[in-house]
Every structure is written in structure tokens, then in C-alpha cells.
Design a protein around this ligand. Structure first.
Ligand code: FAD
Ligand code: NAI
Length: 471
């Protein structure tokens, strides 16, 4: 059938998935619109996620280094160190403003129309935004995710007492006692921020270790490191309720396995128990698109949903589909979906998506954990401590290690895990090596600049071969 549409592609949501898909589709010569209801582009990541949290992590690390005497070791003598929280929050707001404005500039440059408002399907080729209908051959759902609520613990970011990650990026003063519910990525990053700024932080985690999904050696070491930094960890514990009186919250805790309950007071409670896909109000019932058991939209390998006809299809990417809820995963899917819509071959290798926790030190990994790798067959594991890395040692950063997991038979690298001050930067080379199908021998025989933290990856690979030099 011959149809004419307002757009070739209409993207719903302008987070790292949606804005990247829109720009790539426009670069490929398609006429593109992107609906976004937020006042600024960039989604969770730029507005209330990756970027503001990293600004607060960076700033609070500087403050802690000055306040706790770390800098004195290098001869940097300071007078009385004081915190100007307003300045730190303003720096964070500046970073967000600069980057979200940058996306608006890129939309204009690439001629992507920003449809201001929340989109809802009328049919598979028509999306209503702010009362107006727009038609498109292909529609991409990139609506992202939002905070999973915890029954019995009501979030009210404006009061600054029981908050989610968005509220925890905006506290007007440093809480004396902060309780973080959930020892995952958000809890540890934002818990670290407020601990550095002076809060007493307790992390309540349901499971018996922090950071589910990461390699067990990393998780165990994480618990040791955060404890040493002064965080109180309550593992295997669940929160069963929360009451707020005046400016204080009182939580009820119980052992995860059940048992006697106890109470815990806090000036601020951060709920960070995960995120859920945003699908409400999209009108998916009107296009006959169902969700899976986890509330996600399923797609095929090309990111196409079941809704498709001879004219085009409905596609989905990012946090709203299965897979890790990470900005770089969403971005790569954004590029791939645009290329597929344009008739090219867009692929994302979901086996090689790095994950990084941007605390101090950083925790990073890519590929399989040792536990997962062993389920598939025999493995060889090489480990190298950062203490034996000359650069880390010189910089007084002895914490952590690198672990390389390789197939026992083929030597192909299956996973790399590291804890180091710059683990997030180091993991990129591991991801690239794995993308190229590297063996641990390939990494061991690649010349690495000296002295760098990255040499620890080379030595861990040498350890898989049985012969590191420096330990
Ligand atoms: P989102 O970024 O959530 O964007 C979706 C957008 O769609 C939103 O702007 C929303 O307003 C809009 N939208 C929703 N429904 C509609 C509709 N019907 N019509 C129009 N628009 C709609 N990931 C990392 O990789 N690294 C990090 O360091 C990191 N830090 C994080 C820190 C925090 C505190 C949080 C909360 C998350 C963090 N993440 C991080 C996760 C990252 O933010 C997400 O994985 C990423 O933003 C997902 O991108 P997305 O495009 O799928 O969705
Ligand atoms: P998460 O899934 O990382 O961690 C949630 C934690 O809460 C888990 O350890 C879980 O066991 C625990 N939990 C669940 N229910 C609980 C309960 N009732 N009581 C106590 N503990 C409970 O989720 P989080 O930290 O909320 O982050 C959401 C998403 O945002 C993550 O999927 C992550 O990918 C993304 N993100 C990524 C960042 C990064 O890449 N650096 C930074 C921040 C967020």
C-alpha cells in the first residue's frame, strides 16, 4: 500500500537510547522526530542519572581528599577545609545544563524535530504528542526506566527525608545519618557521595553480598573496601516498613530469611532497589504489544517488536527492553536500530557490555563472571593485585586487583573484572580485546605503556599463562 507519513522515524523518548537513534537515523538521511516530555533532552542519564551522579562523585572525592588529609602527604597544606554544598550542587547543575543543551544543539544540527510532550500510540504508525497526531513509517520506543518503589516506604523527594536517586542528587544539606536501601550501583555510588561529605551511611542489602551480577571475588572485596571506608553494611537484611515523624525516619528491618525485627533511625533514607521499564501510558494495548513477565518489551535481534507490517514496524531499545540498564547499552542499541531501519545491518554484541561502579576505587567488569564461566566448562583464571602495579603503588592506591577468566581449552578471554582507581577506563581495553575474540595470550603479549594501571590487565593475562613478572 502507498502511504505518506509525516516522518520516516518517530522516536519516543530522548534518553541515550532515543536521542542516539534519532541522530543516527537523521545522519542516514531519514526524516526524524523525537518525542520527549521532560523539559530537557538526554533522559535519565543526562538529567538525573549518570552525569549528575558522576559530578557529585567527582566533587565529593575532591572534598574528601582535602578534608581527610590525603593531600597533605603530597605536601599540599591546607587551612581549615569547609564544604560549600551549594557550590557542589551548582557545579552538578552546570554539567547537566551543558550536556542536555548539547543534545538540543545536535538535534538542530541533524534536523531532528523535538516533539515536546509524552507520546502515546493511536495505532502502530500514529503517535499522539500533546494532543496532536504524528505519523511515521517506523516508531522506536525508547522510554527508559524509573525507580522501583518499595511497598511501605513512601518516597517524597521534596521533603528530603525518604528519597530516590533523583532526590539524593538534590539534598540541600548533608544528612547526619543516611540509610541506603539496596546495596547495588546507585546505593553505593550515592551512599559514597554523602559519606564523603560527612554522613554516617548504613547500607541495607537483601542479599548476602553487595553488587549482584558482578563476579563473586569483586563482590566480596567490595564489602571489605566499603566497610573500611566507614560504611555500615547490613547484608542479608530486608526493610519491612518506614515511618516518618517530623524530620526523622524510622525503618523496621528484619533478617532476609525472616526473624526478629529491629528499628533503625535516619535523617535520610535512599530507596535504590532497582529500576523498572517505563511503559505506562504508552497505549501499547492499542497496537497489541504485550509485555514480558518483568514488564519489559521484547524484541528480536534487530530490536524489532512483534508489531510490524509491510510499511514499517515498532522497534524498542534501551532500559525498556531486556538486558543491563546501562546508558552505553542503550546508545549502542540506538545506533543499531537506526541502521536496521535504514536497511543496514545494526548489531549489538550483548555478550560484551562493560559495567562500571564509579565509587572509589572503581569496580568494573565485562563478560562472564567466574561462576558463570565455570557453568559452561573448564576455565583458567589469572589474578594480579593492584598493590604490585607500580603506578597504583606510587599513587598510594593499593586496593583491588584484576582478574582475567579464559577458556581452559581455547584460551579465549571470557571475562575480565577489576577493582582499581581507574577500573572504568581500564575495562575498555578488555571489552575491545573480547570484541576481537582475543586470547589471554594476546593480551599478555600486547605492549602496555609503563607505568600505567592498565599493565595490571596485561599481568593478570600473564597470570592465566602462569607467568606474571611482578608477583
Ligand atoms: P532513559 O534515559 O530513561 O530515557 C527515556 C526518556 O524517555 C526519558 O527522558 C523520559 O522522560 C522519556 N519518556 C518516557 N516515556 C515517554 C513518552 N511516553 N513520551 C515521550 N518521552 C517519554 N548508566 C550508565 O551506563 N552509567 C552510569 O554511570 C549510570 N549512572 C546512573 C545513575 C543513576 C542515579 C541512575 C538513575 C541511572 C544511571 N545509569 C547509568 C543508567 C542510565 O541512566 C540508563 O541506563 C539510561 O539512561 C537508559 O537510557 P534510555 O534511553 O533507555 O532511557
Ligand atoms: P541494582 O539492581 O543495581 O541494585 C539494587 C539492590 O537492591 C540489589 O543489590 C538488590 O539485591 C537490593 N534489593 C532489592 N530489594 C531490596 C529490599 N527490599 N531490601 C534491601 N535490598 C533490596 O539497582 P539500583 O542500584 O537501584 O540501580 C538501578 C539501575 O541503574 C541498575 O540496573 C544500574 O544498571 C543502573 N545504574 C548504573 C550505574 C552505573 O553504570 N555506574 C549507576 C547507577 C545506576
Amino acid at each position: 500500500a502507498d502511504h505518506s507519513y509525516d516522518y520516516d522515524v518517530l522516536v519516543i523518548g530522548a534518553g541515550p537510547g532515543g536521542y542516539v537513534a534519532a541522530i543516527r537515523a537523521a545522519q542516514l538521511g531519514l526524516k526524524v522526530a523525537c518525542a520527549e516530555g521532560r523539559a530537557t533532552l538526554g533522559g535519565t542519564c543526562l538529567n538525573v542519572g549518570c552525569i549528575p551522579s558522576k559530578a557529585m562523585l567527582h566533587g565529593s572525592e575532591k572534598y574528601e581528599e582535602a578534608a581527610n588529609g590525603t593531600l597533605a602527604r603530597y605536601g599540599v597544606k591546607l587551612g581549615k577545609v569547609e564544604l560549600d554544598l551549594g557550590a557542589l550542587l551548582a557545579d552538578k547543575a552546570d554539567a547537566v545544563k551543558g550536556l542536555t543543551g548539547g543534545i538540543e544543539f545536535l538535534f538542530k544540527k541533524n534536523k531532528v524535530d523535538w516533539l515536546k510532550g509524552y507520546g502515546t500510540f493511536k495505532d502502530a504508525h500514529t503517535v499522539t504528542v500533546d494532543g496532536k497526531d504524528y505519523t511515521a513509517k517506523d516508531v522506536v520506543i525508547a522510554t527508559g526506566s524509573s525507580v522501583t518503589p518499595l511497598p511501605g516506604v513512601e518516597i517524597d523527594n521534596d521533603k528530603h527525608i525518604v528519597v530516590d536517586s533523583t532526590g539524593a542528587l538534590e539534598l540541600p544539606k548533608v544528612p547526619k545519618k543516611m540509610v541506603v536501601i539496596g546495596g547495588g550501583v546507585i546505593g553505593l555510588e550515592l551512599g559514597s557521595v554523602w559519606r564523603r561529605l560527612g554522613a554516617e551511611v548504613t547500607v541495607v542489602e537483601f542479599l548476602d553480598q553487595l553488587l549482584p551480577g558482578m563476579d563473586m571475588d569483586i563482590r566480596k572485596e567490595a564489602a571489605k573496601i566499603f566497610k573500611k571506608q566507614g560504611m555500615t553494611l547490613r547484608l542479608s537484611t530486608k526493610v519491612t516498613g518506614c515511618t516518618v515523624k517530623g524530620k526523622k525516619a524510622t525503618l523496621t528491618l528484619e533478617p532476609a530469611a525472616g526473624g526478629e525485627s529491629e528499628t533503625l533511625d535516619a535523617d535520610c533514607v535512599l530507596v535504590s532497589i532497582g529500576r523498572k521499564p517505563n511503559t505506562e501510558g504508552l497505549g501499547l494495548e492499542k497496537i497489541g504489544l504485550e509485555l514480558n513477565q518483568r514488564g519489559q518489551i521484547e524484541t528480536d535481534h534487530d530490536f524489532r517488536t512483534k508489531v510490524a507490517d509491510e510499511n514499517g514496524a515498532v522497534w524498542a531499545i534501551g532500559d525498556v527492553i531486556p538486558g543491563p540498564m546501562l546508558a552505553h547499552k542503550a546508545e549502542d542499541e540506538g545506533i543499531a536500530v537506526a541502521e536496521n531501519i535504514a536497511g543496514q545491518t545494526g548489531i549489538v554484541n550483548h555478550d560484551v557490555i562493560p559495567g562500571v561502579v564509579y565509587t572509589w576505587p572503581e569496580f568494573a567488569g565485562v563478560g562472564l563472571t567466574e561462576e558463570q564461566a565455570k557453568e559452561r566448562g573448564a576455565v583458567k583464571v589469572g589474578k594480579f593485585p593492584m598493590m604490585a602495579n607500580s603506578r597504583a603503588k606510587t599513587n598510594h592506591e593499593p586496593e583491588g586487583f584484576v582478574k582475567v577468566i579464559a577458556d581452559a581449552e581455547t584460551d579465549r578471554v571470557l571475562g575480565v573484572w577489576c577493582i582499581a582507581s581507574v577500573a572504568g577506563t581500564m575495562i575498555a581495553q578488555a571489552a575491545q580485546a573480547m570484541e576481537f575474540g582475543a586470547t589471554s595470550e594476546d593480551i599478555a603479549y600486547t605492549c602496555h605503556a609503563h607505568p600505567t594501571h592498565s599493565e595490571a590487565i596485561k599481568e593478570a593475562a600473564m597470570a592465566v599463562q602462569g607467568k606474571p613478572i611482578h608477583i
